[in-house]
Design a protein. Structure first.
Length: 252
């Protein structure tokens, strides 16, 4: 039986030895993000049309902040995700989920009322390379099935490094950029998975909507996410190291 301290240290070493969270501040790194997304969203899943440029982009990318997750043993980009804030000086600008969920959000949902629009953003365009989505049932998904990775007891514990790495990166970026509220439109399984790894303050703010499969709109307060991650002894070391790495990078 693995004790909690040894397990935490093992998970921390495992993540740091295999993965690196890279804030994509430069044009070169953003190009890698768009090419990875094209491979997943256009070539694998057929959710978007094939582009001659080999890059998947949209109008939101112009003012979004992007994160790459790199697999250190090979240098391969494993996954990516972006944070979409509202447009500067345009408080009426709608985030992607607000367009998709029009008419489906709860009346008086916090997504629409009582928030400073300059301090909200959406987590979107999460994509994981097909090389890391090889289990049965994952071919039609943009991310691996994390429920099979979260085993923290027994002689062979497993942990969802890829999803945790991407979300820890975007949460750290949100904190550094002064974002107080994050929205996400995600599969029900991922929404539930947040809670299993310690992110308990995830609030559903509307009814499920069909968007590349069933999706649920949810709200997550950034400080609540950080408290959840940091209070979880298994994730805290990963969050702290990723936060330090991003804060020291140019453009943070």
């Amino acid at each position: 039986m693995v004790d909690s301290v040894s397990l935490r240290e093992s998970i921390d070493r495992g993540f740091k030895s295999k993965f690196e969270v890279v804030p994509a501040f430069t044009d070169e790194l953003k190009d890698q993000v768009y090419r990875l997304r094209h491979g997943v969203y256009c070539e694998d899943l057929k959710w978007e049309p094939i582009q001659p440029s080999g890059r998947e982009t949209d109008d939101y990318d112009r003012h979004s902040v992007h994160i790459l997750l790199r697999y250190l043993p090979t240098g391969e980009n494993v996954g990516c995700v972006r944070m979409v804030p509202t447009r500067p000086n345009d408080p009426t600008f709608r985030l992607p989920f607000e367009r998709v969920c029009e008419g489906r959000l709860d009346p008086g949902a916090q997504a629409l009322a009582g928030l400073d629009r300059d301090k909200v953003a959406e987590v979107s365009r999460l994509a994981v390379s097909s090389n890391f989505r090889r289990r049965q049932g994952e071919a039609g998904r943009a991310a691996p099935d994390t429920t099979q990775d979260l085993i923290i007891s027994g002689p062979k514990p497993r942990f969802p490094f890829i999803i945790v790495g991407l979300y820890v990166g975007i949460v750290a970026m949100a904190k550094l950029r002064g974002i107080e509220t994050l929205f996400v439109l995600t599969e029900p399984r991922l929404a539930q998975h947040f809670k299993r790894i310690g992110v308990t303050q995830v609030t559903q703010i509307g009814s499920p909507v069909e968007h590349r499969g069933m999706r649920i709109p949810s709200l997550m307060p950034v400080n609540g996410i950080i408290d959840g991650f940091c209070m979880n002894p298994l994730v805290r070391p990963i969050y702290e190291s990723v936060y330090d790495q991003i804060s020291s990078a140019r453009g943070a």
